[in-house]
Design a protein around this ligand. Structure first.
Ligand code: BTN
Length: 321
């Protein structure tokens, strides 16, 4: 642990009590000047730390930011989120994740408070103001490229389950939108870098409209979008939420890598808002309309067309009609 993180840990353990500079310097084996510098850097990061001569330092407030030290605290994972890159603002966490993918381990997470050029599916933009949760995970699964779409379902199930535990009726619209009362609250973007039969890495980007006022959103998306603040009538603890999603994702992802996609599909079906609905699916230049009757063992949506024929779709844009 870096001295700065250690200082933060000690201050937190004291629950607002003063800790002397002398104690910190002795415990960490660094000079009082260095202690003071680290305190300064924590303050720059948004921590409110009071200092009083002859008493020392005390932590008064933890910033409402998805700081790595906060997310990592008590994070119960083996590899997801062990390495976190944090940005106040960035073009896109998924673009950054691709830059970092080769030299960073599986499970590395990139988080930002705000994205300037957030990416949505199908080449669309993704509006990402402060207050939301915008992060991407670097994964290096040893699976064939044509199984990568399954990871979208794994991530969708993880998010839907964690949101449901907040008391929300979180449902999954195929393939990967999380809806609350038919309005989108979260989108997932899965991208990969692969050769013909080898996946080099996969980036799973998750965007959640958490503590966001709907009137902050562009008018075009406002009608079909909701936020956790809107649904709950209060703000959510974004740190706890990210932690919960990383933990749940790792659990399902690990099972998936061991070959258990079956239980993901079962969970996906339980949260699905698409199955049993009349849908229009636009996949490239093709559009089909019919009833979504299920999802097969491979994660493909099964659609029964009006003439009774059955089509399977691996990906596309789905409209509930
Ligand atoms: C969708 O179109 O539904 C997918 C949206 C995915 C948005 C997330 S936010 C974090 C990550 N970084 C991006 O630029 N996009 C994804």
């Amino acid at each position: 642990m870096q001295p700065k993180e250690k200082i933060l840990e000690i201050l937190k353990e004291k629950h607002g009590e003063f800790v002397s500079g002398e104690y910190l310097s002795e415990t960490l084996g660094i000079s009082r000047t260095m202690v003071w510098k680290h305190i300064g850097s924590l303050r720059d990061g948004g921590y409110i730390i009071e200092s009083v001569t002859s008493q020392g330092y005390r932590l008064k407030e933890i910033p409402d930011r998805l700081l790595p030290a906060e997310v990592k605290q008590d994070l119960k994972t083996d590899f997801v989120g062990k390495e976190i890159y944090y940005f106040d603002e960035i073009k896109s966490t998924s673009v950054k994740a691709k830059e970092l993918a080769t030299d960073n381990p599986e499970g590395t997470v990139i988080i930002a408070e705000k994205q300037l050029e957030g990416k949505g599916r199908m080449g669309k933009g993704w509006y990402s103001p402060p207050g939301g949760i915008w992060f991407s995970m670097i994964l290096k699964p040893r699976i064939p490229p044509d199984h990568v779409h399954r990871l979208t379902l794994v991530a969708g199930v993880a998010v839907a389950e964690v949101l449901s535990e907040l008391g929300l009726n979180a449902e999954i619209k195929w393939p990967n939108d999380i809806l609350i009362n038919e309005k989108k609250v979260c989108g997932i973007l899965t991208e990969m870098e692969a050769e013909l039969d080898v996946v080099n890495y996969v980036i799973v980007g998750v965007g959640i409209d958490a503590n966001i006022d709907l009137d902050m959103l562009p008018p075009i998306t406002m009608m079909q979008t909701t936020s956790l603040r809107e649904e709950l009538g209060r703000d959510v603890d974004r740190i706890a939420l990210v932690r919960g999603i990383l933990e749940r994702f790792e659990r399902h992802y690990t099972a998936f890598l061991k070959g258990d996609f079956h239980s993901i599909l079962k969970r996906w079906r339980e949260h699905s808002s698409t199955i049993g609905r009349r849908v229009k699916i636009v996949a490239g230049l093709r559009t089909i309309e019919g009833e979504a009757v299920g999802i097969d063992h491979d994660g493909e949506l099964i659609v029964e067309l009006d003439d009774g024929t059955v089509e399977k779709e691996i990906t596309g844009t789905c409209y509930h009609i």
